[in-house]
Write a protein that binds this ligand. Structure first.
Ligand SMILES: C[S@@+](CC[C@H](N)C(=O)[O-])C[C@H]1O[C@@H](n2cnc3c(N)ncnc32)[C@H](O)[C@@H]1O
Length: 260
C-alpha cells in the first residue's frame, strides 16, 4: 500500500520520497520522550498522529489514526502499526472533534502552512494537542555550530518560534524542556551531543533533514572539520566532558495545548 503513490510535490519543505533515507533504523523512538508524550496525552483513547512518519511516538495503548504524506515514510512503518492515511496537516480528512487528542512530533517545521495545520489539529481533536519540536533560539548553542554552522543555522531557520506555536495553539499552551539522554535512540542532531563520531556516518546525517538544506561541498567541509578536530584532540579538549554526561539540556521542547 504505502510506497506506491508518490506526490508530485512534497507536502513539506523536505522531500523524503526523493532521498533514500533509512529513517526507521536511525530515528528510533526514545523511551523518555515517549513517556513525556504519554503523560501529556492523559486519559485520551483515540489519537491522530500528523506527520506520523514511520510511527515513532504512537503509544501502544491508544487507537491511532496516522496521517503521513510521504510514500517512502509510510512504507517504513512497522507492520504492527496502523496504516497511514495519505494527507497533509493543512487539510485533515476528518470531521470536527473526531479524536480525543492530537500528536505532531518533529514535523511542524516542515509544514507549508503552520497556522492552518495547527487550526486543523484543534478542529479534529477534542482534547490535548501535543507537539514535539525544537526551540530555534536554543539550537545554535549546540557545539555542532563550531564545525557545521550551516546545518544548525538551517535547522534553526526552519523551526517555528515558541511564540508562534503559542499564538497558533492558544495562550494556555505550556512549553516543557525535555533533556536528551546520553544514549538517545532517536537520531536527532543533539542526540549525538556526547558521540561526535556519529556525524562522520552518512546514514546518520541523512536521517537529519537539515543537512539536506546545505550544499554538498559545505557538508563535506563540515565533516572534514569535525574529523580533524577529533583526530587532533581539540573536540575532546573543548567538549570532552559531554562524552560521560548523563543528559544534555538542548533545544527539545514539548508543547501542549489543552484549550478548546
Ligand atoms: C522528521 S519526520 C517525523 C516523523 C515522526 N513524526 C517522528 O517523530 O519520527 C517529519 C514528517 O513530517 C511529514 N510532513 C511534512 N510536511 C507535512 C505536512 N504538511 N503535513 C503532514 N506531514 C508532513 C514528513 O513527510 C515526515 O514524515
Amino acid at each position: 500500500m504505502g510506497g506506491v503513490v508518490v506526490r508530485a510535490e512534497p507536502a513539506g519543505d523536505f522531500d523524503y520520497d526523493a532521498f533514500a533515507i533509512d529513517y526507521a533504523s536511525i530515528r528510533r523512538p526514545e523511551p523518555r520522550f515517549l513517556a513525556a508524550i504519554e503523560a501529556a496525552l492523559g486519559d485520551a483513547r483515540t489519537l491522530i498522529n500528523v506527520g506520523a512518519g514511520a510511527g515513532s511516538y504512537e503509544p501502544d495503548r491508544l487507537v491511532v489514526a496516522p496521517v503521513e504524506p510521504s510514500a517512502s515514510m509510510r512504507a517504513q512503518r512497522p507492520v504492527d502499526r496502523a496504516l497511514a492515511i495519505d494527507a497533509a496537516a493543512e487539510d485533515l480528512p476528518f470531521p470536527d472533534q473526531s479524536f480525543d487528542a492530537a500528536l505532531a512530533s518533529f514535523t511542524v517545521h516542515q509544514w507549508r502552512d503552520l497556522d492552518r495545520g495547527l487550526a486543523e489539529l484543534r478542529r479534529v481533536a477534542r482534547g490535548p494537542i501535543v507537539v514535539l519540536t525544537f526551540d530555534p533560539d536554543e539550537l545554535q548553542r549546540f557545539w555542532l555550530t563550531d564545525y557545521a554552522p550551516e546545518v544548525t543555522a538551517a535547522e534553526s531557520r526552519r523551526m517555528p518560534a515558541m511564540s508562534t506555536l503559542v499564538e497558533g495553539l492558544g495562550p494556555s499552551t505550556t512549553i516543557e524542556a525535555l533533556a536528551i539522554p546520553a544514549r538517545c535512540t532517536d537520531g536527532i542532531v543533539e542526540a549525538y551531543f556526547g558521540r561526535p563520531e556519529a556525524f562522520l556516518d552518512e546514514r546518520v546525517r541523512r536521517a537529519q533533514s537539515s543537512w539536506g538544506f546545505v550544499e554538498e561541498q559545505a557538508q563535506a567541509d563540515a565533516v572534514e572539520r569535525l574529523r580533524s578536530a577529533l583526530d587532533d584532540g581539540s573536540w575532546d579538549e573543548r567538549h570532552g566532558h559531554l562524552r560521560t554526561a548523563a543528559e544534555y539540556d538542548g533545544s527539545l521542547r514539548l508543547v501542549v495545548s489543552t484549550e478548546r
